[in-house]
Ligand binder design. Structure first.
Ligand SMILES: [Fe+2]
Length: 228
Protein backbone atom coordinates (compact mmCIF):
# COMPACT_ATOMS: atom_id res chain seq x y z
CA UNK A 1 0.00 0.00 0.00
CA UNK A 2 1.41 3.37 -0.95
CA UNK A 3 1.74 6.03 1.68
CA UNK A 4 2.29 9.13 -0.37
CA UNK A 5 1.66 8.47 -4.04
CA UNK A 6 -1.50 9.79 -5.57
CA UNK A 7 -3.34 7.38 -7.86
CA UNK A 8 -5.64 8.70 -10.55
CA UNK A 9 -8.95 6.90 -10.29
CA UNK A 10 -10.83 8.85 -12.93
CA UNK A 11 -10.52 12.28 -14.56
CA UNK A 12 -9.97 14.92 -11.86
CA UNK A 13 -10.19 12.33 -9.09
CA UNK A 14 -7.26 10.89 -7.17
CA UNK A 15 -6.71 8.92 -3.99
CA UNK A 16 -3.89 8.19 -1.64
CA UNK A 17 -3.89 5.47 0.96
CA UNK A 18 -2.18 5.08 4.30
CA UNK A 19 -1.89 2.02 6.50
CA UNK A 20 -4.37 1.54 9.35
CA UNK A 21 -4.97 -1.55 11.45
CA UNK A 22 -8.44 -2.20 12.79
CA UNK A 23 -9.19 -5.11 15.11
CA UNK A 24 -6.06 -6.84 13.92
CA UNK A 25 -6.72 -6.39 10.22
CA UNK A 26 -4.92 -4.06 7.89
CA UNK A 27 -7.81 -2.04 6.47
CA UNK A 28 -5.99 1.15 5.48
CA UNK A 29 -7.53 4.55 5.17
CA UNK A 30 -8.12 6.56 2.04
CA UNK A 31 -8.04 10.25 1.16
CA UNK A 32 -9.68 11.58 -1.99
CA UNK A 33 -8.66 14.58 -4.07
CA UNK A 34 -11.10 16.24 -6.44
CA UNK A 35 -9.90 18.86 -8.92
CA UNK A 36 -12.46 21.54 -9.59
CA UNK A 37 -12.91 23.23 -12.94
CA UNK A 38 -10.83 26.26 -11.96
CA UNK A 39 -7.88 24.10 -10.88
CA UNK A 40 -8.65 24.22 -7.16
CA UNK A 41 -8.28 20.99 -5.22
CA UNK A 42 -10.70 19.71 -2.61
CA UNK A 43 -9.27 17.15 -0.23
CA UNK A 44 -11.62 14.75 1.55
CA UNK A 45 -10.34 13.02 4.70
CA UNK A 46 -6.77 14.31 4.50
CA UNK A 47 -3.78 12.03 4.90
CA UNK A 48 -0.61 13.04 6.72
CA UNK A 49 0.98 15.73 4.55
CA UNK A 50 4.47 14.44 3.81
CA UNK A 51 6.77 16.44 1.56
CA UNK A 52 6.20 13.82 -1.16
CA UNK A 53 2.43 14.12 -0.91
CA UNK A 54 2.66 17.89 -0.91
CA UNK A 55 4.77 17.85 -4.05
CA UNK A 56 2.31 15.49 -5.75
CA UNK A 57 -0.65 17.68 -4.80
CA UNK A 58 1.08 20.83 -5.99
CA UNK A 59 1.52 19.25 -9.39
CA UNK A 60 -2.21 18.63 -9.65
CA UNK A 61 -3.45 22.06 -8.72
CA UNK A 62 -4.03 24.52 -5.92
CA UNK A 63 -5.00 22.98 -2.57
CA UNK A 64 -7.97 25.11 -1.62
CA UNK A 65 -10.42 23.12 0.50
CA UNK A 66 -9.93 20.41 3.10
CA UNK A 67 -12.97 18.57 4.44
CA UNK A 68 -13.36 15.68 6.88
CA UNK A 69 -15.99 12.97 6.63
CA UNK A 70 -17.14 13.32 10.21
CA UNK A 71 -16.01 14.07 13.74
CA UNK A 72 -14.58 10.52 13.75
CA UNK A 73 -13.11 10.13 10.31
CA UNK A 74 -10.77 12.33 8.33
CA UNK A 75 -10.03 15.29 10.58
CA UNK A 76 -6.50 14.30 11.62
CA UNK A 77 -3.73 16.22 9.88
CA UNK A 78 -6.00 19.15 8.90
CA UNK A 79 -3.63 21.44 10.81
CA UNK A 80 -0.78 20.37 8.52
CA UNK A 81 -2.70 21.66 5.52
CA UNK A 82 -3.42 24.95 7.31
CA UNK A 83 0.29 25.37 7.96
CA UNK A 84 1.34 24.42 4.43
CA UNK A 85 -1.34 26.39 2.60
CA UNK A 86 -2.17 29.64 4.43
CA UNK A 87 -5.06 30.40 2.04
CA UNK A 88 -6.70 26.97 2.41
CA UNK A 89 -10.25 26.77 3.72
CA UNK A 90 -10.87 24.12 6.35
CA UNK A 91 -14.42 22.91 6.83
CA UNK A 92 -15.74 21.15 9.92
CA UNK A 93 -18.14 18.22 9.96
CA UNK A 94 -21.02 18.12 12.47
CA UNK A 95 -19.59 17.74 15.98
CA UNK A 96 -16.04 18.63 14.99
CA UNK A 97 -16.05 22.26 16.15
CA UNK A 98 -16.38 20.94 19.69
CA UNK A 99 -13.71 18.29 19.23
CA UNK A 100 -11.01 20.28 17.41
CA UNK A 101 -10.92 23.54 19.30
CA UNK A 102 -7.27 23.83 18.25
CA UNK A 103 -8.31 24.44 14.64
CA UNK A 104 -9.73 27.54 13.04
CA UNK A 105 -12.43 26.48 10.61
CA UNK A 106 -13.73 28.52 7.71
CA UNK A 107 -17.09 26.80 7.49
CA UNK A 108 -19.29 23.99 8.74
CA UNK A 109 -20.41 21.34 6.27
CA UNK A 110 -24.11 20.58 6.00
CA UNK A 111 -26.36 18.73 3.61
CA UNK A 112 -26.09 21.55 1.09
CA UNK A 113 -23.05 21.96 -1.17
CA UNK A 114 -20.92 25.01 -0.44
CA UNK A 115 -20.99 27.75 -3.11
CA UNK A 116 -17.27 27.08 -3.69
CA UNK A 117 -18.00 23.69 -5.30
CA UNK A 118 -21.74 23.73 -6.02
CA UNK A 119 -22.48 22.26 -9.42
CA UNK A 120 -19.32 20.15 -9.41
CA UNK A 121 -19.83 18.21 -6.20
CA UNK A 122 -23.02 17.36 -4.38
CA UNK A 123 -23.11 16.48 -0.69
CA UNK A 124 -25.48 15.23 1.98
CA UNK A 125 -25.39 14.87 5.75
CA UNK A 126 -26.06 11.32 6.92
CA UNK A 127 -28.43 11.50 9.86
CA UNK A 128 -29.95 9.15 12.37
CA UNK A 129 -27.05 6.83 13.15
CA UNK A 130 -25.24 7.46 16.41
CA UNK A 131 -21.53 8.13 15.89
CA UNK A 132 -21.96 8.35 12.15
CA UNK A 133 -22.84 11.97 11.46
CA UNK A 134 -21.01 11.88 8.21
CA UNK A 135 -20.90 14.11 5.14
CA UNK A 136 -21.05 12.07 1.92
CA UNK A 137 -20.02 13.53 -1.42
CA UNK A 138 -21.04 12.74 -4.98
CA UNK A 139 -18.84 13.66 -7.93
CA UNK A 140 -21.19 13.57 -10.94
CA UNK A 141 -18.43 13.92 -13.50
CA UNK A 142 -17.03 10.51 -12.52
CA UNK A 143 -20.22 9.09 -11.01
CA UNK A 144 -18.40 8.51 -7.74
CA UNK A 145 -19.81 8.33 -4.21
CA UNK A 146 -17.18 9.41 -1.68
CA UNK A 147 -17.62 8.22 1.89
CA UNK A 148 -15.70 7.79 5.12
CA UNK A 149 -16.94 5.18 7.57
CA UNK A 150 -20.40 4.64 6.08
CA UNK A 151 -19.09 2.33 3.41
CA UNK A 152 -16.21 0.38 4.89
CA UNK A 153 -15.76 -2.42 2.44
CA UNK A 154 -14.59 -5.23 4.63
CA UNK A 155 -16.51 -7.78 6.64
CA UNK A 156 -14.63 -9.25 9.54
CA UNK A 157 -16.83 -12.33 9.68
CA UNK A 158 -16.57 -12.71 5.93
CA UNK A 159 -12.82 -12.59 6.15
CA UNK A 160 -12.67 -15.07 8.99
CA UNK A 161 -15.07 -17.54 7.48
CA UNK A 162 -14.43 -17.29 3.78
CA UNK A 163 -10.88 -15.95 3.78
CA UNK A 164 -11.95 -13.15 1.51
CA UNK A 165 -13.41 -15.28 -1.25
CA UNK A 166 -16.95 -14.00 -0.73
CA UNK A 167 -17.96 -10.55 -1.86
CA UNK A 168 -17.38 -8.05 0.90
CA UNK A 169 -20.30 -6.10 2.23
CA UNK A 170 -20.57 -2.36 2.48
CA UNK A 171 -21.35 -0.87 5.86
CA UNK A 172 -19.97 1.01 8.82
CA UNK A 173 -17.21 -0.60 10.91
CA UNK A 174 -18.13 -3.09 13.61
CA UNK A 175 -17.61 -0.48 16.30
CA UNK A 176 -20.30 1.74 14.79
CA UNK A 177 -22.60 -1.20 14.18
CA UNK A 178 -22.36 -2.36 17.78
CA UNK A 179 -22.52 1.04 19.45
CA UNK A 180 -24.71 2.61 16.84
CA UNK A 181 -28.12 1.69 18.11
CA UNK A 182 -30.27 3.54 15.65
CA UNK A 183 -31.53 6.63 17.33
CA UNK A 184 -33.78 7.44 14.43
CA UNK A 185 -34.51 4.70 11.93
CA UNK A 186 -36.62 6.98 9.79
CA UNK A 187 -33.73 9.40 9.46
CA UNK A 188 -31.36 6.57 8.52
CA UNK A 189 -33.77 5.39 5.83
CA UNK A 190 -34.18 8.93 4.56
CA UNK A 191 -30.40 9.39 4.44
CA UNK A 192 -29.88 6.15 2.53
CA UNK A 193 -32.64 7.14 0.14
CA UNK A 194 -31.00 10.48 -0.45
CA UNK A 195 -27.73 8.76 -1.40
CA UNK A 196 -29.60 6.45 -3.76
CA UNK A 197 -30.89 9.49 -5.63
CA UNK A 198 -27.33 9.83 -6.92
CA UNK A 199 -26.46 7.86 -10.03
CA UNK A 200 -23.12 6.49 -8.89
CA UNK A 201 -21.08 3.71 -10.38
CA UNK A 202 -18.01 3.85 -8.15
CA UNK A 203 -17.72 4.04 -4.36
CA UNK A 204 -14.62 5.42 -2.71
CA UNK A 205 -14.75 3.78 0.70
CA UNK A 206 -12.91 5.25 3.67
CA UNK A 207 -11.44 1.86 4.47
CA UNK A 208 -11.21 -1.34 2.47
CA UNK A 209 -11.62 -1.98 -1.22
CA UNK A 210 -12.92 0.57 -3.71
CA UNK A 211 -16.07 -0.47 -5.55
CA UNK A 212 -15.22 0.35 -9.16
CA UNK A 213 -18.42 -0.74 -10.89
CA UNK A 214 -22.01 -1.42 -9.93
CA UNK A 215 -21.67 0.74 -6.84
CA UNK A 216 -25.26 1.88 -6.61
CA UNK A 217 -26.62 -1.67 -6.90
CA UNK A 218 -24.13 -2.95 -4.31
CA UNK A 219 -25.05 -0.10 -1.98
CA UNK A 220 -28.77 -0.74 -2.34
CA UNK A 221 -28.30 -4.48 -1.78
CA UNK A 222 -26.02 -4.17 1.24
CA UNK A 223 -28.20 -1.57 2.95
CA UNK A 224 -31.48 -3.20 1.95
CA UNK A 225 -32.27 -4.26 5.51
CA UNK A 226 -32.20 -0.63 6.61
CA UNK A 227 -34.17 0.64 3.65
CA UNK A 228 -37.26 -1.37 4.53
FE1 LIG B 1 -12.78 5.66 9.67
Amino acid sequence: MTTTNLSEIAPDLWITEQPLRYLGFEVGRRMAVIRLADGGLLIYSPARLSSELRAALDELGDVRFVVPASELHGHLYMEQYRDAYPHVKLFAAPGLLRKRKDLRFDGLLSGVPEPEWRGELDQMAFEGWRRLNEIEFFHPKTRTLITGDLCCNFGLMTRLVAQGRMRQHLGPPTECRMLGIFRDRTAVRRSLGRILEWDFERILTGHGEIVHTGGRDAFEKDFARLLR
